[in-house]
Design a protein around this ligand. Structure first.
Ligand code: ZN
Ligand code: ZN
Length: 599
């Protein structure tokens, strides 16, 4: 996984960071009046944002890359110096973006990339210079540019990016690049990138008619689920809700808005306000769109007097929440502003807590396995060193329960020491997709804060009031994000139970259509989703079209098949099953659906 601390100290980070400097130098050599913004290393490479007199072309990228190779060849070293804010501003007098960054450093609270630091922190202002290029930077870099392998370096793309990610500010040109230690690593990465491009859920979403977004007419970060995507979501929810009901969850519903007083009590208006939208006035009272479902479930808990005999409670809701995200970070289904969480809140007694954690972890794994995910990794985040709520004993008991559950579930895990939220430890459960990428899906999060703030209690066996344990749980995470991950994992070739169209009849000539329609009706009556391609395309085209739509079964019908009451079966993976009696084929598909299998 992308572990910030490990990465910061790795050779790759230094290589990429240094390559970003070299790229900025190369670009300024080509565009002497260009303005430079920021250029950090990122997970698999680096970028730099530029304000240039004209739009960059793919040919420019080649030229910049060649210049970079020439600069690297000279094996320059990096010289660091510290400056006062005034000196730095004089040095970058013709670089307005750098001036703004220097002002951020001067005022404190922001680092040299304009990212927030703990309030009041004033980093020193430093620059690094190699060759003719000096940049505002805190390092680290390679010892000399010879450490950047010119054959393991590549510029990848040009994208628009707003200064500070703010759509009201200057639009800049961002150049993405990647750098590795060895050329073979670059090759593997480029292959993975190619594969990821083919699986991009935004591209497949359009090709397969699954969903759309429309920043202009609908608004950024909002998703329209089209019939085929909507069907997959329905099937997903139907399966999950039934599993919840069979496993002791109660399904609940709550509204989209709540009074400001509710969000004050929950603390969201205190520590989460920047993620919430402006209030709505109703009869002189402010209401907020919900960014989370928790306070509503807590009110349900509080609506009755609770006894120790009643536990555990498992309130589950497909709750649609709205959170502010900057427009620059919105991305297909993966980063959105409105989404539906498969949310749940568990309330239990202290003595039930370890068992409840065991249950919830295994329930998450069971559901995720049902969708075909097999490789998991968990991250256990423990008590942060700074201020946190809840007493020591609670934290230790909760952390121990989380770790014990992970050990019993026998999945690999890492401990993120001190990485927990101030209100409780958690487990993040990640899956590996078909091309080895890691995706965060489930979260199991203790909360010692909300039960205090809402004064949650129950009457114990001793007749006195006690606080329950509270655990937040999102399993798939959000329906939007999970669907995006599913699309990319399966490259749109969903398992048969989720395929919007499970089988398509392909009549060879018009005289075979009636038979195809009759057989299709038979399969539909058995509960399968079946179409007939009665169009005028030739058979080869019909097959290609069905393959492109990733329809699992293509059923070809000609004279011979009509005569035998059969169909010739081709699978979307290219396999040819030959002629099959329709009744047998029906049983085969139904069996694959029941097993949540694929072809
Ligand atoms: Zn640097
Ligand atoms: Zn919650």
């Amino acid at each position: 996984m992308f572990k910030q601390a490990d990465y910061l100290n790795s050779p790759l980070y230094k290589i990429r960071h240094s390559a970003a400097h070299v790229m900025a130098q190369a670009v300024l050599e080509m565009f002497p009046t260009g303005k430079i913004a920021i250029g950090p290393p990122i997970e698999d490479g680096f970028y730099y944002d530029f304000d240039l007199p004209r739009a960059l072309t793919p040919e420019d990228l080649k030229a910049i890359e060649n210049r970079m190779r020439n600069i690297i060849k000279k094996r320059h070293t990096f010289a660091r110096r510290e400056l006062s804010a005034a000196e730095a501003k004089a040095l970058f007098a013709d670089q307005p973006y750098k001036i703004e960054l220097i002002e951020g450093l001067e005022a404190g609270g922001l680092d040299d990339n304009g990212n927030p630091l703990p309030a009041g922190e004033h980093p020193v202002i430093s620059t690094f210079k190699h060759d003719t290029f000096e940049d505002l930077c805190k390092g680290p870099h390679v010892e000399n540019l010879g450490k950047i392998n010119p054959r393991a370096l590549k510029l990848l793309s040009i994208a628009g990016a707003y200064w500070r990610g703010d759509e009201h500010r200057q639009q800049l040109q961002r150049i993405y690049g990647t750098a590795w230690e060895k050329p073979e690593e670059l090759k593997i990465y480029l292959r993975r990138l190619e594969e990821a491009k083919k699986r991009d859920h935004r591209k497949l979403g359009k090709e397969l008619g699954l969903f759309s977004t429309d920043a202009d007419n609908l608004g950024g970060g909002l998703v329209l689920w089209h019939p085929k995507g909507g069907l997959i979501r329905h099937l997903t929810e139907e399966f999950c809700k039934n599993e919840h009901l069979a496993n002791g969850y109660d399904m609940v519903y709550s509204p989209h808005i709540g009074k400001s007083t509710l969000w004050e009590t929950s603390g969201h208006l205190g520590f989460y306000k920047e993620n919430m939208y402006s209030p709505i006035d109703i009869d002189g009272q402010e209401y907020y769109l919900k960014p989370m479902n928790c306070p509503f479930h807590i009110l349900m808990y509080k609506s009755e007097r609770r006894s120790y005999r009643d536990f555990p409670f498992r309130f589950a809701e497909w709750g649609t929440v709205y959170r502010y995200e900057r427009s620059g970070v919105l991305h297909g289904l993966l980063r959105v502003r409105g989404f539906t969480q498969d949310d749940a809140h568990h309330f239990c007694r202290q003595d039930q807590m370890p068992e409840e954690i065991d249950f919830v972890l295994n329930f998450c794994l069971h559901i995720l396995r049902s969708f075909g995910f097999e490789t998991f990794k968990a991250y256990l985040s423990t008590q942060p060193p700074e201020k946190s709520v809840g007493d020591e004993q609670q934290w230790r008991a909760a952390e121990a329960a989380l770790e014990a559950a992970l050990q019993r579930a026998d999945i690999p895990y890492e401990i993120d020491e001190g990485g927990g939220a101030f209100y409780g430890p958690k487990i993040d459960l990640k899956i590996n997709d078909a091309i080895g990428r890691e995706w965060q899906l489930s979260t199991i999060q203790f909360d010692f804060n909300l039960p205090e703030r809402f004064d949650l209690n129950y009457i114990g066996q001793d007749g006195r009031e006690h606080r329950p344990y509270m655990v937040h749980r999102a399993l798939l995470g959000s329906m939007e994000r999970f669907f995006g991950v599913l699309v990319e994992h399966f490259a749109g070739a969903f398992p048969v139970w989720l395929s919007p169209v499970q089988a398509i009849f392909i009549p060879i000539a018009d005289r075979h259509i009636a038979y195809a329609e009759k057989m299709a009706a038979q399969l539909r009556a058995a509960g399968l989703r079946v179409e007939v391609d009665a169009g005028s395309d030739r058979m080869g085209n019909k097959i290609r079209k069905a393959q492109k739509q990733k329809i699992p079964y293509m059923l070809i019908v000609g004279d011979k098949e009509v005569e035998d009451g059969a169909v010739s079966v081709r699978l979307r993976n290219g396999q040819d099953l030959g002629p099959q009696p329709v009744a047998e084929l029906q049983a085969l598909i139904l069996d694959t659906v029941a097993k949540k299998g694929t072809v």
